[in-house]
Write a protein that binds this ligand. Structure first.
Ligand code: DON
Length: 592
């Protein structure tokens, strides 16, 4: 039986083992010597007395507003905006810009994503600010004259860059749904860039681990690696060029990015490094307002992202399949088997049908319809585990370099946002003069539809490259409503694993009735149809369950972590907000 090891540490992208299950966290705690343990207990008592709302083994609780992000300073930036009278959208936009400063691994103004907004009035929208292919992009642009994929071409360097959407998306969100205006909500980000912030242990590790990529580009080498004098924890990281860029956007709005001096800087950088993005491409770019997909699961309404993300479709398709099954009463192998079979089918469909629905026809309503789910459920209940299912192009499996954040304010306005540069630090290219990294989102297209890409994965015809088309995403920013009020806000990085991470957190919270910290911390598993491997988080599953999975015929692969879910749960009775930054990362939940 093949066992596949994949050792990516979510926080740094390196190959260190990662403590991720509650079991392993516990084991590690007891490795402290007695003096340390005593000291920790005393400290815990002091901290608990000072901040009664935040115990180490509970989610963070708050009565009014809550912000959860992958990076503590960005969470604080969001909270600052809430305290200044901003609503959830103001805070989310503040976080989006702050992460571009403090978490350049995935936070960005040179990438793109999806923001799901659900206003207390009941109105909900998805702002699609996904990157888009430049006008000169073509179906075979990453193939050599023999029709083979050119290694790295869609991942590293200027040719890998899609037209960035983040600035357009955040500005649109602020204009339509915020209260304070761009200048105020961008102030924390500008301050963090200008005055700098102390480099955390994790940030310093992450920079070290990405030296190979960043040192290939002189701007990136200078800014992020100080030409080889690497940042140590505690040193102050200042980004004057980025501060100036952000200040320009705050003052002049997104037009300076898409049609003004920043656009010129981007295009000059692209030209210098052999890219194809033009001023016309930047001027053409627009964030798009879309209707969220809505699913229904055991009385809850589930809002999530439509194409060009596959996330909402996959999530709702899986929830539909699982809805009437008595998961809560089954033992862990039996429920895992059903969930895995739902995953395999949703990902097979993803590979076959999904792409940018503005370019190709995607049968979204069919995929999320209940009769279709009933058919798939029937098939699952009457076939052997891991039985071959419809052949076709495979889904993708990517590493973890995206970031999710969630906000809720005192009025109940809620934001669930996932955005990314794709790989950690994107294409590695930092824009001349402007000081920010560009994405490598072109790699999310099927560079060669129907045959494996450089990771050995396959994607479908619907996701072939075309000018101005948006590459298929798996980002799944989600809000679950109970009685028309936000109950759960969640999302994750993790490429192709994202819909499954969100699914498992929803099932843990709503079916298995775990509190939100446990729902997020619980070990995760992932199946994406192809490759035909069930990935399990190491240390998370009992020997008995693993044995049953093997006996059933699943081919198992072991990973250190899957995703990094940031989540907020609202207690439907009291309205208290409970926030969790996934312990797999180093984020923070803050509230008031
Ligand atoms: O849009 C997508 O699905 C990917 N570009 C997301 C990349 C990602 O999540 C990488 N890892 N965390």
């Amino acid at each position: 039986m093949p066992i596949i090891f994949k050792n990516l540490d979510r926080r740094t992208g390196n190959k260190h083992p990662l403590l991720c299950s509650s079991e392993s966290i516990q084991r590690n705690f007891w490795r402290y010597n007695p003096h340390q343990t005593l000291l920790i207990v005393v400290l815990l008592i002091v901290v608990t007395a000072a901040a009664p709302l935040a115990r180490a083994d509970d989610p963070v609780a708050a009565q009014h507003g809550m912000v959860v992000t992958s990076e503590p300073l960005a969470s604080e930036a969001g909270l600052e905006i809430l305290r200044r009278g901003g609503n959830a959208v103001d805070a989310a936009v503040a976080v989006g810009f702050a992460l571009a400063v403090t978490y350049p691994f995935a936070g960005n103004i040179g990438g793109g994503g999806f923001m799901l907004i659900r206003m207390a009035s009941g109105k909900s929208v998805v702002i699609d600010y996904r990157e888009e292919a430049p006008g000169a992009a073509s179906r075979n642009m990453y193939l050599d004259s023999h029709g083979n994929l050119i290694p790295q071409a869609s991942i590293v360097g200027a040719l890998a860059v899609g037209v960035p959407g983040t600035v357009a998306g955040l500005a649109l969100a602020e204009r339509e749904y915020g209260k304070l205006g761009l200048a105020k909500v961008m102030a924390p980000a500008i301050r963090l860039a200008r005055k700098g912030f102390p480099v955390s242990y994790w940030f310093s590790q992450s920079l070290k681990d990405h030296q190979n990529l960043l040192s290939r580009f002189p701007n990136s080498n200078r800014i992020f690696l100080r030409n080889g004098r690497l940042y140590e924890p505690g040193e102050i990281f200042r980004q004057q060029k980025l501060a100036r860029t952000l200040a320009q956007i705050a003052r002049h709005g997104p037009s300076v990015f898409y049609e003004g001096s920043i656009a010129r800087d981007i295009v000059q950088t692209e030209k210098r490094l052999g890219g194809i993005m033009t001023l016309a491409d930047l001027a053409y770019y627009q964030a798009k307002v879309r209707q969220p997909l809505v699913g229904h699961f055991r009385g809850y309404a589930v809002l999530s992202a439509p194409p060009p993300s596959s996330g909402g479709v996959a999530l709702i398709e899986m929830l539909n399949i699982l809805d009437p099954l008595n998961l809560g009463q089954l033992d862990s192998y039996d429920s895992m088997h059903l969930i895995v079979e739902a995953m395999r089918r949703a990902y097979a469909d993803r590979a076959a049908y999904l792409g940018d629905a503005d370019f190709v026809s995607v049968p979204v309503q069919g995929l999320i319809s209940e009769p279709y789910a009933a058919k798939l459920r029937d098939e699952i209940l009457h076939s052997k585990p891991d039985a071959p299912i419809s052949a076709g192009p495979a889904a993708e499996y990517e590493s973890h370099h995206t970031t999710h954040f969630c906000v809720i304010d005192a009025q109940g306005n809620a934001v669930s946002n996932t955005y990314t540069l794709n790989n950690g630090y994107g294409s590695g290219v930092t824009v001349d003069r402007a000081g920010f990294l560009l994405n490598d989102e072109m790699d999310d297209f099927a560079s060669k539809p129907g045959s494996p890409n450089m990771f050995g994965l396959i994607q479908g015809e619907a996701n072939a490259i075309a000018p101005h088309k948006r590459p298929l995403s798996s980002m799944t920013p989600t809000i679950v409503l109970e009685n028309n009020q936000p109950r759960l806000i969640a999302g994750s990085p993790g490429g192709g694993t994202i819909p499954n991470t969100v699914l498992e957190v929803i099932l843990n919270a709503l079916v298995y009735k775990m509190d939100i910290l446990r729902a997020v911390t619980e070990p995760r598993f992932h199946h994406q149809w192809m490759p035909d491997v069930l990935y399990l988080e190491r240390q998370g599953f009992s020997a008995d369950t693993v044995q049953k999975l093997l006996e059933a015929g699943y081919k198992l692969g072991w990973v250190n972590s899957i995703g990094e879910c940031e989540a907020i749960e609202v207690d439907p009775k009291t309205g208290w907000r409970f926030g969790v930054a996934d312990p797999r990362g180093y984020g923070k939940a803050v509230g008031y």
